[in-house]
Write a protein that binds this ligand. Structure first.
Ligand SMILES: *[C@@H]1O[C@H](CO)[C@@H](O)[C@H](O)[C@H]1NC(C)=O
Ligand SMILES: *[C@@H]1O[C@H](CO)[C@@H](O)[C@H](O)[C@H]1NC(C)=O
Ligand SMILES: *[C@@H]1O[C@H](CO)[C@@H](O)[C@H](O)[C@H]1NC(C)=O
Length: 348
């Protein structure tokens, strides 16, 4: 065979390999997502609330990144930004900014609103059902094609606000387990619906240890986690684990729905903070000057009513409920050690 023929047959062979999805070693090619769609609450919201309504748009939120408030509930990057980086896509544009940043639609979209739950909470913003409705409408409007969606990943973080809302509404202790079951059932139908809209892979976060959030460790001056809260979280997470494996059985693929274990990632960082260059694992970096004031509050004369720690990079928690960028980075590193993120880039 002359050299032209040789090159031609090599080309032909590589084309065959490309279309059968196998490389020379016979392994499946990696799944390379090009879009990320995000649903849920403040752990993944990157700026959907209006500037007038949310403290996430007030100083000193965003002081580490991007250097001013960006609508993120942290001093800097949040879980979404780290997952996007892992997938090799830009952090997707918040739904609210879809018109002004239309050139960014190709990276996906973020529908998450801080304070929301699978059910309605006291935050007047779209619950999970409504967020998925917004996504569905965009698909109807042809903002995303079926082919786009087949190269997409969804990230879902939700449920914490359902539980704080339940407690604020004086929900009974006896009723809590059945409420948790209804939250997880609703989450499972939300996840199924996102998948049925054409999203290829879904990462859903397990619930963080709510009992260790500064809001709940404040009674012990930020020293001890509230174990009874964490017991409820563990129940939620065990039901969610079952729900996710059932969804995977139904889709006959073990890597469609992937559970991100925030509980153990948080706990591991909180137990070994120095491994992650964190000094203050329970004390939040930004706090109100007295009870009645929160991070970001000012008085009528615009005087700050909060204090910020000297080094946000050495604190795990930013405010009473949210990690710092350093905290999220540590959690993300922990998630990476468990191989779970790899499931998001494995071909089904
Ligand atoms: C979500 O919000 C809509 C509109 O507020 C409401 O009608 C619906 O019942 C909510 N869904 C759930 C599951 O709570
Ligand atoms: C919950 O109970 C507290 C104290 O008994 C009461 O002040 C508050 O109004 C109640 N809240 C709701 C939503 O029922
Ligand atoms: C722990 O949280 C529960 C609610 O889950 C609350 O009833 C209890 O008072 C808290 N315990 C402490 C010590 O703060």
């Amino acid at each position: 065979m002359d050299s032209h023929e040789h090159i031609f047959s090599l080309l032909f062979l590589s084309l065959i390999l490309l279309f059968t999805g196998a490389d020379a070693s016979g392994q499946h090619l990696n799944f390379r997502p090009t879009k990320l769609f995000v649903f849920g609450d403040s752990y993944v919201d990157t700026g959907n609330h209006g500037r007038q309504v949310s403290f996430s748009w007030k100083d000193p939120y965003g002081i580490t990144f991007p250097g001013k408030p960006s609508g993120r509930f942290s001093d800097g990057r949040v879980l979404t930004d780290f997952i996007a980086k892992y997938l090799g896509v830009k952090s997707p544009v918040p739904y609210k900014l879809r018109r002004s940043m239309a050139q960014h639609l190709k990276y996906g979209m973020n529908f998450a609103y801080g304070g929301t739950g699978v059910f309605d909470t006291s935050t007047p913003a779209p619950n999970m059902t409504n967020q998925i409705d917004l996504f569905q409408q965009l698909i109807k409007d042809k903002a995303y094609t079926a082919a786009d969606l087949s190269y997409s990943v969804a990230l879902v973080s939700v449920a914490g606000n359902d539980y704080s809302h339940y407690i604020n509404q004086n929900g009974s202790a006896e009723g809590f387990p059945s409420f948790i079951a209804s939250v997880v059932n609703e989450m499972a139908s939300n996840l199924k619906r996102i998948h049925e809209l054409g999203v290829k892979k879904l990462a859903v976060s397990g619930l963080q240890p709510l009992g260790c959030l500064p809001a709940n460790t404040a009674p012990s001056t930020f020293r001890r986690c509230n174990d009874s809260s964490n017991v409820l979280v563990a129940f939620h997470n065990s039901l969610l684990t079952q729900a996710v494996s059932k969804l995977n059985q139904q889709t006959k693929d073990q890597s469609t729905f992937v559970l991100l274990d925030l509980y153990n990632s948080f706990m591991s960082v909180l137990a070994h903070p120095s491994t992650h260059n964190i000094q203050n694992q329970f004390q939040p970096c930004c706090v109100g000057v007295s009870s009645g004031y929160s991070c970001g509050d000012v008085d009528d004369n615009n005087f700050k009513k909060y204090n910020v720690c000297d080094d946000p990079k050495s604190a795990f928690f930013w405010d009473l409920a949210h990690p710092t960028q350093a905290g999220w980075h540590a959690v993300y590193n922990k998630l990476q050690t468990t191989n779970v993120l790899q499931q998001l880039v494995v071909q089904n």
